[in-house]
Design a binder for this molecule. Sequence first.
Ligand SMILES: Nc1ncnc2c1ncn2[C@@H]1O[C@H](COP(=O)(O)OP(=O)(O)OP(=O)(O)O)[C@@H](O)[C@H]1O
Ligand SMILES: [Mg+2]
Length: 478
Amino acid sequence: MATRTFPEMPTASSLLSVYASLSASIMIFRTMFEQIVPAQLRRYAVDIAKHYWKPNTSELILLFEEKDGYNPNEMFNAAQLFLSTRITRDSKRLKITKSMKEKHINIKLAESEVIVDSFEGVKVTWTYLSQQQKKMNGDNDDGHPFVSEKKYMELKFDKNYKDIIITSYLPFIIKKAQEVKIQKKVVQLHNLRSPHSAHFNYKQSVNLDHPSTFETLAMDQKMKKEIMDDLDLFVRRKEFYKKVGKAWKRGYLLYGPPGTGKSSLVAAMANYLKFDIYDLQLMNVKDDSSLKDILLDTSNRSILLIEDIDCSILPDRKGPTLPNAPRLNDPKFSLSGLLNFIDGLWSCCGDERIIIFTTNHKDRLDPALLRPGRMDMHIHMSYLTMDGFRTLAANYLNIHDHHWRFREIKELIKSNKVTPAEVAEELMKSDNVEVVLEGLVKFLKRKRMGDDENHQIENGIHDEEAEIREAKKTKIIS
Ligand SMILES: Nc1ncnc2c1ncn2[C@@H]1O[C@H](COP(=O)(O)OP(=O)(O)OP(=O)(O)O)[C@@H](O)[C@H]1O
Ligand SMILES: [Mg+2]
């Protein structure tokens, strides 16, 4: 029978002597390496070794620094806005800010806060970091060196998903950030004046605190929806406008008697799209060079509003021109000329622009302005209908279904030409719904019993002039 022999086990003393001679050899090698190889070469060799021997990490880290040189880094801002939508109950430290002009409180990540997100099944980890940096050149007044803060975000993920993150996640962040920005935007109202006018500050801006929205607007529901759909389509069509080679702009002409909601509709459009309004008063425009200066000072995603264009035109009705005595007879400066001018300007430098003209007298406008293709949509704001009244009753009186007075009111509204402004005024007269509606019924009856023009209107003998005169008499707010 074969016997198996085992190698002899090393003794402790033999192991110790091997270790001693090995460490002596390493010491000798190290001393030789340090003596023979110059320091620079040694460092280089160590770097190379580190490069190849570093643990094989599967993570990739993208850095989003606050500044790109001296310029702000848009990706940092986008990431910050985006992450404000990813704050969860697990977040431990958050930063709260609000400026005077803002209506919302901003919630942002605080330093060292970590957020775990996932995109198309890929897990990513965000960390917000900041680093104090001493500036080499110069001291503060108190003799301490300048210290600046470098803020940045780290985005960590498995490097196998680098393509998804770069080509899909980053554009997704930009898109989401844009949405948050629009949501938080406080719509501004800018009054545009000529830079050469007597007013030093030719662009005055205030927050648009007009509460009008499409929900509160009393108008035909179908027309309301049409306008909202038109606006939605417009803002979605960036690529379309580019493809067909047209300036990304849209023009609306709002016409109708005073107090029917033209200005309210403009505010509702601005609030809906979160577009600033630039109110251009043609009276203040001296010539086309100052017009150009004014227009170049307006931003994208905005509404250029020119109100009461019928009042801006010549009384002699030779043709509409911008108001300014020496130029009155200059046919180049007509409203349709103005439109051409704006078209030209916006084709080269303007995106997502809306222009709105309002008028009480559509019939007085330059036919060139009314030609198809000039203003994209003509919106007639007219007298109150029962549909519109229901909106006002819901807003002002909180009546969302039916009230026993409605049948009578319906009849009175049908046989009357009453503006939403007039009815709104009546609805504000008391806190008591019964009192208000009784007052409204009396008002509508009085109005129906009114003067000859009212009877003319009732008998169907009315023209646009009569409509205007009628509304002007009872106009509440101009
Ligand atoms: N369609 C409407 N829906 C809700 N409120 C309205 C409407 N029309 C008028 N109002 C109320 O009447 C006020 C005046 O309306 P608005 O200034 O919008 O009328 P307008 O058509 O612009 O008048 P003008 O031709 O004189 O400029 C508004 O602030 C609002 O309270
Ligand atoms: Mg108005």
